[in-house]
Design a protein around this ligand. Structure first.
Ligand SMILES: C[S@@+](CC[C@H](N)C(=O)[O-])C[C@H]1O[C@@H](n2cnc3c(N)ncnc32)[C@H](O)[C@@H]1O
Length: 331
């Protein structure tokens, strides 16, 4: 059995290259030996390089578990681009594109066995402004999960509320921007996606957290308690109608379709403050979110003092989830 022996500083580059070209042997684990990295390769590999040495692998370590890609490949014969598995505690949620849907049961059984899970659900998308998930049970039916993220605990029922794992950095980034004693408004609080980490990791004075969906609101209250948060005021209602005016230093608008709420967010600011406006936007019109904030400020006769935009994650092919940070002064 063959492997390549690589100096640490080249290991990641070599690994990626071997993986991309299909030479890495996925059945065996990468390991450290004598200060070098040993990357298992397939037996007919023979491409020389100054960056590594091809060796006989005398101490192979086999993986006991197969990963999601290997499970899908072994059942469907290929791995489609938008297949995905997320694991929440002992429950898995799969996304399978149409071409491999017919294998859902076999794939789910492979996932349960290899990841030692209780249940596996098929994610069929989100609906409406409340982003309610449509989940199909494939193996088992456990749906109440508890996960840890950024030092916070979140409990939720994944068949009733959405949970997006791709925004972890964004949540901590916003927490890091909060000045001591700030009053925050979270206009689309969900189960506390932003409220919990922001309040936990800052010295905010108060956080008003508005949520429309009673299921999410119930978990918001539970997660405030679970994380011992003080100063959070949960509000069940539509932020278009229940948002107070002239009170907040910072407004979090963590919903990717909330362009109609920008003026409401500005009204909520106490004279001057920040809004963090999220949007899913196609790459070809990438400045649209900034223009929307500029126009809303103009309509409100407010001044945009600072504005910047950053990518949160890829949303779908050619579409980005972005956030606009805008500092606004009302006249
Ligand atoms: C997309 S989720 C939040 C996702 C979150 N930003 C994350 O990082 O995972 C948006 C939440 O806003 C709530 N929502 C939608 N429209 C609302 C409204 N008008 N007022 C208050 N909450 C609303 C939904 O019920 C949902 O829980």
């Amino acid at each position: 059995m063959k492997a390549v022996k690589v100096r640490k500083e080249f290991a990641e580059r070599v690994r990626k290259d071997l993986e991309r070209r299909g030479f890495k042997d996925r059945r065996r684990r990468i390991r450290f030996e004598d200060g070098a990295v040993i990357i298992p390769v397939v037996d007919d590999f023979s491409i020389p390089s100054p960056h590594y040495e091809i060796i006989e692998d005398l101490n192979p370590v086999f993986r006991e578990k197969r990963n999601f890609r290997e499970i899908v490949e072994s059942i469907a014969g290929f791995y489609p681009r938008y297949a995905d598995l997320k694991v929440f505690g002992d429950v898995g949620v799969m996304k399978l594109p149409a071409e491999i849907l017919k294998y859902k049961r076999e794939i789910a059984e492979g996932v349960v066995k290899n990841y030692r899970l209780d249940s596996v659900w098929l994610d069929r998308g989100r609906h409406g402004m409340e982003r309610r998930p449509e989940m199909e049970p494939v193996v088992g039916s456990k749906s109440l999960v508890e996960i840890k993220e950024n030092g916070c605990v979140f409990r939720f029922d994944l068949t009733r509320v959405m949970f997006s794992q791709g925004n972890q950095y964004e949540k901590m980034r916003v927490a890091g921007l909060v000045n001591d004693g700030e009053v925050i408004l979270d206009m689309f609080a969900g189960i506390g996606y932003f409220t919990v980490p922001v309040v936990r990791h800052s010295q905010a004075k108060k956080c008003y957290s508005i949520e429309l969906n009673p299921d999410s609101y119930r978990f918001l209250i539970e997660n405030i308690k679970l994380n011992d948060l003080e100063g959070v005021v949960p509000v069940l209602g539509d932020s278009m109608h229940v948002t107070p005016e002239n009170f907040a230093d910072r407004v979090i608008m963590g919903h990717i379709r909330c362009q109609d709420f920008i003026e409401k967010a500005i009204m909520a600011l106490d004279g001057e403050g920040w809004i963090h406006y999220h949007e899913a936007v196609p790459e070809r019109i990438i400045r649209r979110p900034v223009r929307r904030v500029e126009r809303a400020a103009e309509r409100m006769h407010a001044k945009l003092i600072e504005v910047s935009m950053r990518k949160v994650k890829n949303y779908s092919p050619g579409v980005y989830h972005v956030v606009v940070d805008a500092r606004i002064r009302k006249s």
